[in-house]
Design a protein around this ligand. Structure first.
Ligand SMILES: [Zn+2]
Length: 327
C-alpha cells in the first residue's frame, strides 16, 4: 500500500522524515511536536494499516484516555475496526486505510487525537532531558523515535545498549539442544512434506510447482523457528545448521515422495531396497523431474540460514537530529 505521505504532511502540518521510526514505517514518517507531545504518522510496518503514534511524559489514567479516544467522532470517520495500544508513555492508534481516504478528514482525526492525548497526559518539557532533567537544546530521534535527551544520557544509553549486546553475545548457546530439536522438526516436517508431494503427484510430470515450492518454504520456516527457540542465541554455526537441517528434511521428503511414486507406477513394494535405490539416485531423479523445483529447493535451503541470520536481535542505537519544525 502506498500512502500519500507528502499530501498527508501538507494536510496535517507535520514534517516528512525518511526513517522507519517507532512504527517501522516502510515509506518514512510524518513527525511533529505539539505542546510537548511527540507525534509520528506513517504505515504500520509492512501492513496496510495507517499508524498514528504519540509519546508523552506520562498518563495517570490510560483507560480513561482510551475510552475518550474510542468515543472521538473525527477519529471514528477513519476506521471501522478500532485498535489502540496504550502504555503510560505512548499511544499507538492504527486502522486500515479507508477506500476513500480524505486528507481533510485525516487531518481532523489527527487533530482530535492530539487534543484528547493533550487532555489526558503530562507533556515533556522540551528544554529538559527526559531522563535526568539536564538542559537540552533540541529533541532527537533515537532509532527514529523522537525524544528529549541530553548528551550524557545519550552516551549512557549507548553504553547500556552495548552491555545488552555483550550479554547476548556471551549468553549461553545451546547448539546441541537446537540440533536435536531441529532434527526432530526436519524429520517430521520432511515426512509430511514428502507425503503431501506424493498426494500432489498423480503421475510423473503432473504436479503443481507453486504448491511444491510452498511445501519446501514451510519446511524451512518450521526448522528455523524450532532452531531459534532451541538455541537461545544464534551465531553463524546455528544459521548453517538451519540450512543443513532443512536440506535433511527436504531429502527425506523427496525420498518418500519419489519412492512412493515409483512403487505405485512400477507396481513394486515400497521397501528398504527401493528406499536405498531412490536415495542413491535422488539428485538425478529430482533434476529430471523438474529443474525448476531443483533450483528453488536449493535456494530455499540456503535462505534458511539467511532467515536465521537476519532474525538475530538488533542492538544498533543511533541518534539523529529531529527535522526542523516548519515556522
Ligand atoms: Zn540526561
Amino acid at each position: 500500500m502506498e500512502l500519500p505521505l507528502v499530501e498527508m504532511a501538507a494536510a496535517t502540518g507535520l514534517d516528512f522524515y525518511d526513517e522507519p521510526g517507532p512504527i517501522n514505517s516502510a515509506q518514512g514518517l510524518l513527525l511533529g511536536i505539539s505542546n510537548g507531545i511527540f507525534l509520528c504518522v506513517g504505515g504500520l510496518g509492512n501492513t496496510n494499516r495507517i499508524a498514528v503514534y504519540a509519546r508523552f511524559k506520562g498518563c495517570a489514567n490510560t483507560s480513561a484516555m482510551l475510552g475518550a479516544l474510542k468515543q472521538d467522532r473525527a477519529m471514528k470517520k477513519m476506521y471501522s475496526v478500532w485498535k489502540a495500544d496504550v502504555t503510560p508513555q505512548t499511544v499507538l492508534w492504527s486502522f486500515c486505510k479507508p477506500l476513500r481516504f480524505d486528507q481533510e478528514e485525516f487531518a481532523a482525526a489527527t487533530e482530535a487525537f492530539k487534543a484528547t492525548i493533550t487532555n489526558f497526559t503530562a507533556p515533556f518539557d522540551l528544554t529538559k532531558c527526559e531522563r535526568c532533567a539536564a538542559a537540552v537544546q533540541d529533541p532527537l530521534l533515537a532509532n527514529g523515535c523522537p525524544m528529549s535527551i541530553c548528551a550524557a544520557c545519550q552516551t549512557r544509553a549507548k553504553k547500556e545498549n552495548e552491555a545488552q549486546r555483550n550479554t547476548y553475545e556471551s549468553g549461553s548457546s545451546r547448539q546441541t539442544r537446537a540440533f536435536a530439536l531441529g532434527l526432530t522438526a526436519a524429520l517430521i516436517g520432511g515426512s509430511v512434506v514428502g507425503l503431501a508431494a506424493y498426494m500432489d503427484n498423480d503421475k510423473w510430470g503432473n504436479y503443481h510447482p507453486t504448491f511444491r515450492i510452498a511445501l519446501t518454504a514451510l519446511l524451512a520456516f518450521l526448522v528455523v523457528l524450532v532452531v531459534k527457540r532451541g538455541v537461545g542465541r544464534m551465531n553463524r554455526a546455528t544459521c548453517v545448521m538451519a540450512s543443513m537441517l532443512t536440506a535433511i528434511g527436504r531429502i527425506l521428503g523427496d525420498i518418500l515422495s519419489y519412492g512412493l511414486v515409483i512403487a505405485k507406477n512400477e507396481h513394486i513394494a515400497f521397501n528398504t531396497e527401493l528406499v536405498k535405490w531412490t536415495a542413491f539416485h535422488l539428485l538425478r531423479l529430482k533434476w529430471d523431474f523438474s529443474p525448476l523445483l531443483f533450483a528453488f529447493d536449493g535456494l530455499i535451503v540456503l535462505a534458511a540460514a539467511e532467515l536465521c541470520w537476519i532474525s538475530r536481535p538488533k542492538f544498533a542505537l543511533t541518534f539523529k537530529k529531529f527535522p526542523m519544525p516548519r515556522s
